[in-house]
Design a binder for this molecule. Structure first.
Ligand code: ADP
Length: 360
């Protein structure tokens, strides 16, 4: 293997840059040159490749200069995009042709389950081996306990919870804090436990608006009653819960209007959670998944993802990293999202156990 391409696609996640940096260095050390496709699949289709390694005078390869800041930064310096052209076979054929013209003999795709679906199709339609690395703050890629970016996003969320709690306690407030996660409530669930929230609302536990309001009203009445006299009530809500956060807060306010000195506020963290310096854990898994991906490409394995502490797939030389066929990843992702995966069942079992404790 002489030359590989790498791209980042879909929603950006902190640690994508760390993964790219690890790929560049590991590949250079093995005398494999690396190009980066700019803006995800758009760059692959248009042949926009950026050289990421350079030849040294004394022989061998090194990263191009000026990139050594990469590993510690959020976002993706290669750029990302939603690329409708790649959804069509013609777009993927164009991408395969561009890779072949550029002399690329392996591709690493870093992204979420949409990007990895594209990687699966490309792997089956072109001669170049394709390996995926899961990166998505939503943690909605089946076959990887953690995707790159999840740990950083959770650290940002719990810091926000701590800050909101400071002000909530000062004024005896209830806060409904909404976090990203359209189909997966993982961020809300994990943050609720770590931030010791009082309640968590998840798409995996569908309730209608009245049921939610009944539960929250009773939570507020109990929490602010004189024998408990909590100073703060923190309710974490996943974006995927259909009742809009503002509507929930307005109706909750009406229901507890008789409680003196208690107010209900909302905050939607939204994109604030996407950026920021990747944590140690995200940098660690970025580096180890990069090694697994490069090893897989060198073995000319294709149509696989490397997963972190995977419940499926084949272990690599790194006991925490497995290669998982992309077709199996897609099946596991669907099960993760529709609640039939063992992983989701265990998470829901644990959160049910904890929900009564959170409300205390
Ligand atoms: P993420 O990778 O974060 O889940 P998206 O779902 O937006 O983000 O996917 C990113 C890109 O991956 C899409 O814009 C498209 O180019 C490609 N992609 C997603 N789904 C498919 C699919 N079913 N077939 C081919 N390409 C896809």
């Amino acid at each position: 293997m002489r030359k590989i391409a790498v791209l980042t696609s879909g929603g950006d996640a902190p640690g994508m840059n760390a993964a790219v940096w690890a790929i560049i260095k590991l590949a250079a050390a093995r005398d494999i040159s690396v190009v980066g496709a700019e803006a995800g699949y758009d760059g692959l289709i248009d042949g926009n490749f950026q050289e990421l390694t350079r030849e040294l005078d004394e022989g061998g390869l090194a990263p191009v200069s000026g990139l050594d800041w990469l590993a510690g930064t959020g976002g993706t310096f290669l750029g990302s995009s939603r690329c409708p052209r790649f959804m069509e076979p013609e777009g993927r054929a164009e991408a395969a042709q561009r890779m072949s013209h550029a002399g690329v003999d392996g591709l690493i795709v870093i992204g979420g389950n949409g990007s990895l679906t594209g990687a699966h199709l490309l792997a089956n339609e072109c001669d170049v081996p394709v390996v995926g690395i899961p990166a998505s703050i939503d943690n909605d890629v089946g076959g990887s306990t953690d995707a790159i970016g999840v740990d950083t996003a959770l650290n940002t969320i719990i810091e926000a919870c701590d800050r909101i709690s400071d002000t909530a306690r000062s004024h005896q407030r209830a806060f409904i804090l909404e976090v990203m996660g359209r189909r997966s409530g993982y961020l809300a669930m994990a943050a609720a436990v770590a931030a010791t929230a009082d309640a968590v609302l998840l798409p995996e536990q569908p309730l209608d608006t009245d049921e939610i309001l009944d539960q929250l009203e009773s939570l507020l009445r109990r929490s602010f009653a004189t024998d408990r006299s909590k100073r703060r009530v923190l309710i974490i809500k996943a974006e995927g819960v259909p009742t809009p956060t503002l509507l929930l807060a307005d109706q909750l306010k009406e229901r507890v209007a008789d409680l003196d000195n208690v107010s209900v506020r909302t905050i939607v963290l939204g994109h604030l959670v996407r950026g920021g310096h990747p944590t140690f854990h995200d940098r660690l898994i970025a580096g180890r998944l990069a090694l697994g991906a490069l090893d897989a490409l060198e073995a000319r394995t294709t149509d696989v993802m490397v997963g972190w502490q995977s419940n499926i797939g084949t272990k690599t030389q790194d006991p925490q990293v497995s290669t998982v066929p992309l077709a199996d990843m897609l099946v596991e992702t669907e099960k993760l999202l529709d609640g039939t995966s063992d992983v989701t069942a265990m998470r829901m079992h644990l959160i049910r156990e904890v929900q009564g404790v959170l409300a205390l």
